[in-house]
Design a protein around this ligand. Structure first.
Ligand code: GCO
Ligand code: MG
Length: 410
């Protein structure tokens, strides 16, 4: 089963996606997601210039060997660009193997360990009324767990709370962080204002929606360890499902201090790309959920091993699933989620109608549960004619400045 062709497809149906398509001599094709939000062309070029020449003529069946070869032969290890490129190859090869076996991928990964995947949706609002309306909207869509982000008095423009809908006329919680434009948008940050305000919001949400609904929150890497510890402690009465990315991800040791002070469950890792980023977090049980995506953590092969390692420490999955993970990366996550034992929850931000025209998906969302579907392989088809109608457009993630003008983590 030799690889005879590869294509790196760049498309922008509402937002940018990078997709690798691998074709074998038998005419099978596999898809892999290589989208790195705001830095898409770096991965596309890594694939085209450095990886594609290594793939032609290789046996598509040897997934583990190909992974080890791409990881070790580069000499320069890790990093989001390298690991997204390796992930795309890995996903495409699993897609091909499962199609050859005429099975949905989760069957090859060991079969289903559950009937559906609990998903959480993103609610947010510029005030309590808008936030409650957004939570109700997500409950109506079937979500059984809700991430709560909110505007904060004293902070102008803030992650997770759109000043206006991404789609003209759309909902205010329809949040799109990567904006097209020549320069990144500037947003604001004030930790003290945030720490004072957030517990009052969770108090109001619990009072309105009761004690049962699982609630999540994303701190987006903006606090120092002691600030994060204080926040975790102040949110304890509201029984969060998790507090995500409370400190910058680079320093694993920061989580020791946070952990010592709070029983609020902790999730981290959407910007990590290998198991090494989690080494002490997992072995010292400093976190409760692994947030990596299949796309940014080296693919199904690598994330499966990482999650097996986490399972030994009762740490569960919470795979990253914003709209900057393409439907291909999302499908890969769902097959993995269904097969592993230590599934925790899946983030789900539905893609736009335009994106779904380009990527035809077999996964379903019913009654709050995601399922990857029964189509052989990953279950995603790329309509290349539709993709060609939406050329790549440069887009940047925003960044933060404090009131005095200092750049801060976004
Ligand atoms: C999340 C994330 C996203 C990121 C985005 C950056 O938890 O879903 O924090 O909203 O900001 O993936 O590209
Ligand atoms: Mg996040």
């Amino acid at each position: 089963m030799k690889i005879v062709a590869t294509d790196v497809v760049l498309t922008s149906p509402g937002r940018n996606f990078v997709t690798l398509k691998i074709t074998t001599a038998d005419g099978l094709t596999g898809l892999g997601d290589a989208t790195l939000n705001g830095r898409e062309l770096a991965v596309a070029s890594y694939l085209t210039e450095h990886v594609v020449p290594l793939l032609i003529g290789r046996d598509a069946r040897n997934i583990e060997d190909t992974w080890q070869f791409l990881y070790r032969s580069a000499y320069w290890r890790r990093g989001p660009v390298t690991m997204s490129a390796i992930a795309a190859v890995d996903m495409a090869l699993w897609d091909i193997k499962a199609k050859a076996a005429d099975m949905p991928l989760y069957q090859l990964l060991g079969g289903a360990s559950r009937t559906g995947l609990t998903a959480y949706g993103h609610a947010s609002g510029r005030d309590t009324e808008e936030l409650f309306d957004s939570i109700r909207h997500h409950l109506e869509l079937g979500f059984r767990a809700i991430r709560v982000q909110t505007a904060v008095p004293g902070i102008g423009t803030l992650y997770g709370v759109p000043t206006q809908p991404a789609v003209p006329g759309g909902r205010a919680d329809d949040y799109e962080p990567a904006q097209r434009g020549p320069l990144p948008a500037e947003e604001d940050w004030d930790t003290r204002a945030y720490l004072r305000h957030l517990p009052t919001i969770f108090e109001a949400v619990r009072a309105e929606f009761g004690p049962e609904l699982p609630l999540l929150h994303d701190g987006h890497h903006r606090m120092t360890p002691i600030e994060a510890a204080k926040l975790g402690k102040s949110l304890e009465p509201y029984d969060l499902f998790w507090l995500e990315d409370c400190t910058p991800a680079e320093n694993q040791e920061a989580l020791r201090l946070v952990r010592r002070h709070t029983t609020t469950p902790l999730a981290i890792g959407e910007v990590f790309n290998t198991v090494w980023d989690y080494q002490s977090l997992i072995s010292e049980q400093l976190i409760d959920y692994v947030r990596s995506s299949v796309t940014h953590a080296g693919g199904i092969t690598a994330l499966r091993k990482l999650l097996d390692f986490a399972a030994q420490y009762q740490i569960k999955s919470g795979i990253h699933g914003p709209t900057d993970i393409s439907p291909v990366g999302m499908a890969a996550a769902l097959h993995l989620d269904l097969a592993i034992h230590n599934f925790g929850i899946q983030e789900y931000m539905p893609h736009s109608a335009l994106t779904s025209e380009v990527f035809r998906q077999s996964f379903t969302f019913e009654d709050g549960y995601l399922h990857p579907g029964e189509q052989p392989g990953l279950g995603v088809d790329l309509d290349e004619d539709a993709a060609a109608k939406f050329p790549y457009e440069r887009a940047y993630l925003p960044y933060n400045r404090l009131n005095d003008g200092t750049v801060h983590d976004w």
